[in-house]
Each structure stands twice: as C-alpha cells, then as structure tokens.
Design a protein around this ligand. Structure first.
Ligand SMILES: [Zn+2]
Length: 119
C-alpha cells in the first residue's frame, strides 16, 4: 500500500471540524488524510490517531469512494457520529494498532492523545 498523502489546513477537514465542534480533525478521502487544526507533525506524533485514520483508509479501499461515503453518511444519520460503525471500527483499530505507528517510542499517555470528537 502506498503511504497516505497528508494535507494540512484542508478546507474540507475544516468544515468537519466546525460541524463536530472539535479543536482538531483528521478526515480520510481515498488515500489522503486531510487535517485541520493540527500539523502533520502533531498528527504523526500521535500513534493512536494515526492508527485510527489508517483504518479509515482501509475501509475506503474495501468499499470504494462511493460505498464508503454512502455507508458513512447513512451510519451518521442513523446512529449519530460517535456510533457510526466505521468510527467504532476505527476507534478499535486505534487501540489495537497504535504500536505499529509508535516508531519505537512508548505510547503516549491518555492526556496527550487526540480526543475523539463526540459529535
Ligand atoms: Zn474516525
């Protein structure tokens, strides 16, 4: 798999951030991770966050662009942001896979982790 592209100051992620009333947001579209309110370095330093977004990239690959977006928005309408099935899976992956993205460093304590928007 190609390493994802990281896009800082993304207008799309900014919209999501306003909608979710979050301080910082990452949003996956295809093989790109769009950031708002966080720099590339801040994102990459947070292995749980990276693992979470990598799971969305996997979901995107599994379902395709339309399949992913449709299921995501449908899940949002039906369950609310926090309980979108793709978000539940991504939170699990964030816990499970964080060590893969820790680059040999210890995992950060909870207070240094990116807070999941409650939506
Ligand atoms: Zn997510």
């Amino acid at each position: 798999m190609q390493p994802p592209r990281i896009i800082e100051n993304s207008p799309l992620a900014r919209l999501a951030r306003l909608k979710l009333q979050a301080g910082s947001v990452a949003m996956v579209l295809g093989n790109s991770i769009h950031l708002s309110g966080a720099t590339r370095e801040q994102f990459l330093r947070d292995p749980h966050w990276v693992a979470h977004e990598m799971e969305h990239i996997r979901q995107f690959q599994q379902y395709g662009r339309l399949g992913f977006l449709w299921r995501y928005l449908w899940g949002w309408a039906r369950h609310g942001y926090y309980n979108i099935p793709f978000e539940v899976e991504a939170r699990e992956a964030g816990e499970r896979d964080a060590l893969l993205y820790a680059q040999g460093r210890p995992l950060p304590p909870p207070e240094q982790r990116h807070p999941t928007p409650k939506g």
